[in-house]
Design a protein around this ligand. Sequence first.
Ligand SMILES: [Zn+2]
Length: 384
Amino acid sequence: MKTLFRNARLYRQKKSINFLVFEGRIKEISNGINFANIENEIDLENALVLPGFVECHTHTVFAGNRGLEMEMKFQGRSYQEIAQAGGGILSTVQATREASLHDLMVLTEKRIQNFIDQGVTTLEIKSGYGLDLDTEIKMLRAIPKNSRIEIVRTFLGAHAKPSEYKTHPEYLNDLAEKYLPEIKKQNLASRVDIFIEKGFFEKEESKRYLLKAQSLGFELTIHADQLSLSGGTELGCELKARSTDHCIQVSDSEIQKLSESQTVAVLLPAADLYLKCAYPPARKMIDAGVKVALATDFNPGTSPTQDLGLVGMLARREMKMTLDEVVQAYTLHSAQALGLQNEIGSIEIGKKADFTVWNCDEEELFLQVGGMKPYQVYKMGLKI
Ligand SMILES: [Zn+2]
């Protein structure tokens, strides 16, 4: 069916435009209405129209919560005290291992809807709270196959070392030899992620693991340089990873390498707020020519929020990103972080007709925490 959308006021454009959608993609864009054989017509009445948001880094599948641990952290209790009280990532692992597939599916569906309500039309979700093959598979299966939006699945078995293993390299070896081939065989994920950090998964052993993943056809992304300069960003550039994420402790030479690569720096300021740590040097990166994307990092332990408005506001307030840079970071650049920049992320001929319609001025975007919502969301030209 050919649908004509009339009177769309695109972000930063003074004049409204019309665009024609056929089979889910934008076929033509024009100022006039000289289109033939229109079967359906929708008047957007000069409302603000944005490309659908691309949320490119989340840990949306998990069971349990870490509220008690958060309270202890906020009250200044030590890491050891929190661990003794049963907190930390392994508590989410335990809860996720115990949850049924059905329970995880229900929790995940509700969270996906929260993202859709904010205008997200493409969403990345990672595994990584199973850390055993069965639970990692259960997590990836809990992500709906036929969602109303597009979902990109990432295998993050290398999130932390499960207590069953003595050393990180030992676990990575099993991940490479047993987990990756099985995830590939069952086609449960298209990307592989790893948490590279000193004292956790170190750079050299991570490189071998990522090369193995690449040889099996997985695309790469890396949790890099969050707590210390541990080389994850440099390795990401070297291996042509789609993105390196966090990038708080990046060096000047890593910024240089990022700027010369196609690798996107995905910044996650909501996690930095909860952890009360430094924000990444976004201004420096953008000025050096690095492509910067933003995401929530939604997870129960370090970023228990799905609020895109909070992320964008922090990027503006704490990282000196302009509103235009924030909008780009949540659309075209986050699409590139998923390797989908030729399909989504902007309203252009040939791309998927993923867009949102707003009843506010563009200056009001990424300002209000907890309330930034479009009134219509379209995925491939259909209202969802
Ligand atoms: Zn993360």
